[in-house]
Design a protein around this ligand. Structure first.
Ligand code: ADP
Length: 193
C-alpha cells in the first residue's frame, strides 16, 4: 500500500488523540501516540517508565533521544509506512530526526493538520477531563489538572509552536479550527486533507 504520514499538531487538550484515532480507522493508518506509549511504560513500571514518570507528572518534555528511539523502532517494524503521529514531534530536533527517518524509509510527510484552540478553552478541557475521569472512577492522568495543564501549555508555546513554521515552510501545514463538536472538527480535518 502507498505510504502515508500524517502529523497532528496542536496544544494539549486540542483533541488530537480523538481526531487522530478516527482518521486512523477511516484511512487504515497506525496511530502512534507518544503520550500513550509513555503512559503505558509508566503503568507497566518498565525502566523507561520509571525514568519518565516524574517528567510526565511535571508536564515537561521527555528527552528527544528517547522519543526518537521509540519512533525509530515503531517505523522499522512497518512494511509500508502508513501512520498518524499524535504528540510527536514536539521539538524542532524531533522534527528533523523524523524527517531523516522518513527519508531513509522513502515515506515523505503527507500533511500536518494543526488543531487551533484558545488557551482558556484548553485549560477548561484539561481540568474537565481530569474531573470526569475521577467521577467515572477511571484513573486520572497525573497531568490533567489546572497547575500542570498550564505548565504543559507553556511548554507547548515555547517548544512545539516553532514546528508550525517548520511544517508551513514545507507546505504541509493545514490550519483547522479546533473549537466545536468532535464531528464538526473531524469534517474540517477531512476537508483540509
Ligand atoms: P497532551 O498532548 O494532552 O499534553 P500527550 O499524551 O501527548 O498529552 O503527552 C503527555 C506527556 O508525555 C507530555 O506532557 C510529555 O511529558 C510526554 N511526551 C509525549 N510526547 C512527547 C514528545 N514527543 N516529546 C517529549 N515528551 C513527550
Amino acid at each position: 500500500m502507498e505510504s502515508k504520514v500524517i502529523i497532528f499538531l496542536g496544544p494539549p487538550g486540542a483533541g488530537k488523540g480523538t481526531q487522530a484515532e478516527r482518521l486512523a480507522r477511516q484511512e487504515q493508518l497506525l496511530k502512534v501516540s507518544t503520550g500513550d506509549i509513555l503512559r503505558d511504560h509508566v503503568a507497566r513500571g518498565t525502566e523507561l517508565g520509571q525514568q519518565v514518570e516524574p517528567i510526565l507528572a511535571a508536564g515537561q518534555l521527555v528527552p528527544d533521544h528517547i522519543l526518537v528511539a521509540l519512533i525509530r523502532d515503531r517505523l522499522a517494524s512497518m512494511d509500508s509506512v502508513r501512520v498518524i503521529f499524535d504528540g510527536f514531534p514536539r521539538t524542532t530536533a524531533q522534527a528533523q530526526a523524523l524527517d531523516l527517518l522518513l527519508e531513509e524509509l522513502g515515506a515523505p510527510v503527507t500533511a500536518a493538520p494543526l488543531l487551533e484552540v484558545p488557551d482558556e478553552v484548553l485549560i477548561q478541557r484539561i481540568v474537565d477531563r481530569g474531573l470526569q475521569a475521577a467521577a467515572e472512577g477511571q484513573e486520572v492522568r497525573a497531568d490533567d489538572n489546572e497547575v500542570v495543564g498550564r505548565r504543559r501549555l507553556e511548554v507547548y508555546h515555547q517548544m512545539t509552536q516553532p514546528l508550525i513554521d517548520y511544517y508551513a515552510g514545507r507546505g504541509h501545514l493545514r490550519r483547522i479550527d479546533g473549537v466545536g463538536s468532535p464531528d464538526e472538527v473531524y469534517s474540517r480535518i477531512l476537508a483540509s486533507l
